[in-house]
Design a protein around this ligand. Structure first.
Ligand SMILES: NC(=O)c1ccc[n+]([C@@H]2O[C@H](COP(=O)([O-])OP(=O)(O)OC[C@H]3O[C@@H](n4cnc5c(N)ncnc54)[C@H](OP(=O)(O)O)[C@@H]3O)[C@@H](O)[C@H]2O)c1
Length: 246
């Protein structure tokens, strides 16, 4: 018997990285998984693998830098599975642009993907989540805890995700548990696009574990936060960062 048997889990940004690893783990634990992202080829590959392994999943293509596409995730989930028990707001857009070169267009796109679409999706699914005594898991970052881990738009958006998690917990309680994760350096496409391990600065050195992590190490933390194993934890951001002290 799986820990998520009968549950419907929507995981944004699950076409790659830690979202994809979480989709595989949640499906293995019995959840029906809604995979989202912009890249249809990768989305289909994730769903195909879940099905080949005996699980159940669909995908929804939506570019959430355009907020008009967010509803598609809600509508398709409801049309297919009729409810939602777990919402993992994971999709993220990295920005390394310093303030003097920042455009309002880039700033808005980062906030739409990293913050606003998460709020809109949570708003949409709130009645289902309340009815089901569900769970929201928000993916922030160590850049949401300390400013030196990220340039301005990314860092500010992740600080917003931390604050939003605490505020959401108050507004959605007592029925819905809302928690989050602040990952450190995780081996994903996003980290590769920023220069991989070499771009982690002092993070590896500062970490007692002296390494970066795999997405599966975020997936197991997400599973904990998406089940009753975390029944008295609410409004918290768990740092999964190898013990970086900042
Ligand atoms: N890797 C790290 O070291 C690290 C550290 C701290 C926090 N994080 C956070 O972890 C989360 C997952 O990132 P990751 O590291 O796993 O990176 P990733 O492998 O690049 O995955 C990012 C996911 O977000 C989706 N996404 C990006 N832009 C989107 C958009 N405009 N509309 C819809 N979906 C979009 C991508 O899907 P498509 O490409 O299909 O659109 C992909 O599935 C992000 O919130 C990130 O900020 C990562």
């Amino acid at each position: 018997m799986g820990q998520l048997d009968g549950k419907v889990a929507v995981i944004t940004g699950s076409t790659s990285g830690m979202g994809r690893d979480t989709a595989y783990l949640f499906a293995k634990e019995g959840a029906k998984v809604v995979v989202t992202g912009r890249n249809e080829e990768r989305a289909k590959a994730v769903v195909d693998k879940i099905k080949a392994d005996g699980g159940e999943a669909i995908y929804v293509i939506a570019d959430t830098s355009d907020l008009s596409q967010v509803d598609r995730v809600y509508e398709t989930t409801m049309a297919t599975y009729g409810t939602c028990d777990i919402l993992m707001n994971n999709a993220g857009k990295l920005s390394v642009t310093p303030i003097q070169q920042m455009t309002l267009e880039e700033w808005t796109a980062v906030f739409n993907v990293n913050v606003t679409s998460a709020m809109l999706l949570t708003q949409k699914f709130e009645p289902e989540l309340k009815k089901n005594h569900g769970h929201v898991v928000n993916i922030a970052s160590v850049a949401g805890c300390a400013s030196h881990w990220g340039p301005i738009a990314y860092c500010t958006s992740k600080h917003a995700m931390v604050g939003m998690t605490e505020a959401m917990a108050r507004e959605l309680g007592p029925e819905v548990h809302v928690n989050g994760i602040c990952p450190g350096a995780i081996r994903t496409a996003m980290l590769d696009s920023a220069g991989g391990e070499a771009a982690c600065g002092g993070m590896i050195e500062m970490s007692p574990l002296k390494r970066i992590a795999d997405g599966s190490e975020i997936a197991t933390a997400a599973l904990f936060l998406a089940t009753d194993a975390s029944s008295f934890i609410d409004g918290q951001l768990i740092r999964v960062d190898g013990g970086v002290d900042c």
